[in-house]
Design a protein around this ligand. Sequence first.
Ligand code: CO8
Length: 260
Amino acid sequence: MEKEYVRCQIEEGMAIVTIDNQAALNALNQPTLTQLDQTFAALAKNQDVKGVIITGGGEKSFVAGADISEFNQVKGDTAASFMGRGQRIFDRIEAFDRPVIAAINGFALGGGNELAMCCDIRIAAENAIFGQPEVNLGIIPGYGGTQRLPRLVGPGKAKEIIFADERINAQEALRIGLVQRVVPKGQAVEEAKKLLKKIMSKGPVAIKMVKKAVNEGLAMSLRGGQDLEALCQSVCFSAEDKDEGARAFLEKRPANFKGK
Ligand code: CO8
């Protein structure tokens, strides 16, 4: 039987997905990528799950990158399809229709930083270290890093990080906007749960539409993005959640959203 590299635990409507291959600092080998994809496919069908947290096993590493021991399987003529597979898995996580938070408990290097960047929100423990060290290996980031990093921190900062393998600590990651919160070592998952619970108390249709408008709008012109925003708002105004939200406000009680 294949080793289990990805664990998924569901509690109070939250799925906690743990990449667990601690002997290799949770490096992403091909079975791990497959299991991650399968985990998200199963979560997509489970409507009891309202949000997801991704973290790494142990206290040292979130994910230390793609598994370097697999590099000899990749040649010039197969690299593009190899990368495309990982990119699409990360794209599916990014497009997951409920919030996904990265709880970064240690090293987030190469594919690890790329995994964190496809999540909606990143919370770092103070011992987290970020970087894109691929150029040390004579290659470039391959799971979306050259595209998502400049979108998050700007092209100059992204090139500095990638060209020179500049390692970024948690406070610097916060300063440049790579992460949204920094918490003490060992607290990233707890903080992510706290934030996710708060998000889960809001209208689920609205949260889904915010995610769609922000993610898809980033690739559009300002006008096109606003058209998309208006369409997403139409979805909200057609949903029961909007009636419940207004009613609850007027009746001075918490809303009981159904996500419909
Ligand atoms: N792949 C495979 N094994 C790894 C990886 C990795 N990315 N990172 C760490 N390990 C293993 C080490 O080989 C070591 O194994 P062993 O105990 O058997 O020798 C174990 O994890 C512990 O690592 P260290 O002893 O090195 O621990 P340190 O605390 O001294 O150092 C570091 C921690 C700084 C994280 C260090 O391990 C390191 O530099 N790791 C590599 C980081 C890296 O370069 N990541 C980028 C990889 S490339 C990538 O992600 C994108 C490529 C896209 C193409 C994919 C094609 C397949």
